[in-house]
Design a protein around this ligand. Structure first.
Ligand code: BYC
Length: 472
């Protein structure tokens, strides 16, 4: 169904046919806008930003580019098209028609998953609230804002589901989405990574590479859900997610490129004296963001995950392409876990290992970008390899929480950890150095901060000196 932009809330769910729902969402809308003004990108209301807006949900042409003031962005409700024959692909309900409404017995489970997913979206906007002040270019500033408005829309996607399918509880949960805040000691966001600060652009690019990629894998699993409106919401959200990870991969890649250029030009490893970010510091940021993002997949052995699967509410990554019985009742899966203070491999019931399996899919995907970064470092003639740390490194959630493990997977004593941790994770000094590079935003079209290379091409093929943001 085409998106109806004539409505106060653009949508492709025929919202005007349900007056109660429409009114409830129209009541939530001004509260969302207040939240955006208070907690969204700081001081940007008057900026004209070259943004893409969805015009239809099919793969050919949803992106329409033009200048928009962000508070006027057309946030709305867009679900991927419905397949009237869709059937549940896994678990006890395999083969039954997908649910168009919430089965009573799955109400609290589904609500909890939708709330957890929804909570991350405004959280990330809050985390990135001040980054615009130090943008390394207009191109990067525009990408930040694009990501911010799309995370705002992803919140809309989950709020729509809460309002449309969960009655009064859902409306209350939708309110609470705007009341919890990233890093708030009294009302924090639900998942750990979303209460960490994103104080500088190296952190931002690592976040969009690693943490947005968790989003990709979680959304892909929810896109398999037997609850069809959730599946269709997530399918469309995934199309937006791709650009966020692109920003992360190319952002880190451009920093690496600049660092390598400085190293070659000046024949030195001492990049800091030249105003660049040295490779070991980039590796430390990578270690931090990767391990924080691994925590987002939950426990290695999880009965929650088993229940979600058996009940048909959350599937595996690309469930329908996996060649097995999609029941997993008798299957096993090997995971790494901890026994007597040692890391061991162990076969466990596959149903319980679903979080770990998704984490493995995620790790494999993360490794592909690291390979591309390393190829670029090698092409620059520099002898250095970026590495993903071991999955047990610096974890706060799951079997490895509390265990001291080196990036190459060796279990350490507390004293060994203390002696080495500053080599592996950003120190206060590293963070202070990276922050010191974040000067006033670079606002001249075509100009870039000293520590980052320009992108290979512009957004929507615009030229290098394109004015992506007009400040007014
Ligand atoms: N932090 O059995 P387990 C995105 C809790 S990112 C705090 O493993 P489960 C985005 C857990 O709640 C994608 N608590 O749990 C990216 C449980 O609590 P209870 C976000 C945690 O449910 C960038 C207990 O530990 N979407 O979209 O299987 C920008 C037992 O754990 C954490 C989703 O996460 C944690 N990290 O797995 C913008 C999808 N991990 O029951 C956006 C929805 C676990 O004992 N969420 N716990 O009180 C889920 O599917 C699941 O809730 C989780 C956890 C995978 C997160």
């Amino acid at each position: 169904m085409a998106i109806d932009y004539s409505q106060l809330i653009p949508n492709n769910v025929d919202l005007s046919s349900d007056r109660r729902l429409q009114r409830a969402l129209e009541n939530w809308q001004p509260r969302f806008l207040d939240w955006w003004k208070d907690m969204g990108p700081d001081g940007t209301s008057a900026y004209d930003v070259y943004l893409r807006t969805a015009i239809s949900t099919d793969s050919n042409g949803w992106a329409n580019f033009g200048y928009v003031k962000m508070p006027e962005y057309r946030w709305g409700i867009f679900l991927a098209d419905r397949d009237p024959d869709r059937r549940i692909a896994f678990g006890d309900n395999k083969g039954k028609p997908a649910w168009q409404d919430v089965p009573g017995e799955l109400r609290s489970t589904l609500r909890r998953l939708i709330v957890t997913q929804g909570d991350t979206e405004p959280a990330s906007v809050e985390q990135q609230r001040l980054l615009g002040k130090t943008a390394p270019s207009l191109y990067d500033l525009r990408n930040l804002f694009q990501i911010n408005v799309e995370e705002g829309r992803h919140l809309w996607a989950m709020v729509y589901l809460l309002h449309a399918y969960f009655g009064r509880d859902g409306r209350e949960e939708a309110e609470a989405m705007l009341e919890r805040h990233s890093g708030d000691p009294d009302k924090p966001r639900i998942l750990g990574a979303f209460n960490e600060a994103t104080p500088d652009w190296l952190s931002f690019f690592m976040f969009t590479y690693f943490t947005d990629r968790d989003g990709k894998y979680q959304l892909a699993s929810l896109a398999e859900s037997g609850f069809d409106p959730l599946a269709r919401s997530c399918r469309f959200m995934l199309t937006e997610e791709a650009h966020h990870m692109f920003v992360g991969e190319t952002g880190v890649g451009r920093i690496l490129q600049r660092t390598c250029e400085l190293m070659k030009e000046h024949k030195t490893d001492d990049v800091r004296s030249l105003g660049g970010i040295d490779l070991p510091t980039i590796q430390k940021y990578l270690n931090f963001h990767f391990s924080v993002s691994l925590d987002l997949f939950g426990q290695e052995a999880s009965t929650n995950a088993a229940n979600y699967y058996t009940q048909g509410v959350k599937g595996r990554f690309l469930e329908t392409r996996v060649d097995d019985d999609h029941l997993l009742v008798n299957a096993t899966y090997e995971i790494e876990t901890v026994e007597d203070g040692r890391i061991v491999r162990k076969a466990v019931p596959a149903l319980q290992a679903l979080n770990e399996r998704l984490r493995q899919d995620y790790i494999d995907d993360c490794a592909k970008g690291v390979l591309r970064w390393n190829k670029a470092i090698e092409r620059a003639g520099i002898n250095f390899e970026m590495k993903l740390p071991h999955r047990a490194f610096d974890r706060q959630i799951g079997a490895f929480a509390g265990l001291r493990v080196s990036p190459d997977g060796k279990v350490l004593s507390e004293a060994e950890w203390d002696a080495h941790k500053d080599k592996w994770l950003p120190t206060d000094e590293d963070r202070a150095y990276v922050t010191s590079l974040m000067g006033a935003a670079v606002t001249q079209p075509g100009q870039f901060a000293h520590w980052i290379a320009p992108p290979a091409r512009g957004i929507n093929n615009q030229p290098g000196d394109f004015e992506y943001v007009r400040f007014n």
